[in-house]
Design a protein around this ligand. Structure first.
Ligand code: MG
Length: 203
């Protein structure tokens, strides 16, 4: 499986990092070795002193598809969850300055924490879905999919023009504003529509 992640899909987040709001989705990949699940702790790697959390809604692809029309995109994901796109912001900033790719900042081991997934049919309106990150019981991010620049269906259509989607692939759909640094001892809790999805420690 592969993980496809969308950058700058919430205007307020693009702005907080001084990035322009994009005309097309910004795409990057994480390998399967990035997956961190079952609420296992995240260990801060030794190569970064500025690891950021980014809470995102994650789609799980349920069948293979290429050149998927936007109107058929809903048939390609049945389940939805939450994830943290851990980012070595110090490395990313350096690589952005130099015009280098982001992999070392985004694709390292355990950089894609994921929750369990629920059927999307349990969500009343996917385009009005609230999700929240608390650290040490304090709210850090509160997002709503109504603020996405590119919808789930558009993302699937856009990505599948270039990359075949396969069953089990995950799509991280971008983070809202409020990103920041994690430190040892932090406890991360994420909620979708008020229900707990993630609960794990930073070590
Ligand atoms: Mg992200």
């Amino acid at each position: 499986m592969k993980i496809i992640a969308i950058g700058r899909n919430y205007a307020a987040h693009a702005k907080e990092l001084n990035n322009p709001v994009p005309g097309n989705p910004v795409i990057f990949l994480k390998p399967d070795t990035a997956v961190l699940k079952d609420n296992k702790p995240f260990y801060i790697p030794d190569f970064s002193s500025d690891i950021h959390y980014e809470l995102e809604v994650v789609l799980k692809i349920c069948k293979e598809g290429k050149h998927i029309a936007e109107k058929f995109a809903p048939k390609y994901y049945e389940e939805i969850g939450l994830g943290i796109d851990f980012t070595a912001r110090d490395i990313q900033s350096l690589h952005k300055e130099k015009g280098l790719p982001w992999e070392l900042a985004k694709a390292f081991d355990n950089s894609a924490a994921i929750s369990n997934f629920i059927p999307k049919s349990e969500i009343a309106d996917l385009q009005d879905l609230e999700f929240e990150l608390k650290i040490n019981q304090e709210r850090r991010q509160l997002g709503n999919t109504s603020h996405m620049l590119f919808s789930f269906d558009y993302i699937i259509s856009f990505v599948s023009r270039y990359i075949t989607l396969k069953k089990g692939d995950l799509i991280f759909t971008g983070t809202p504003e409020g990103v920041g640094k994690v430190k040892q001892g932090d406890k991360l809790e994420a909620f979708m529509q008020g229900k707990p999805f993630l609960n794990f420690d930073i070590k």
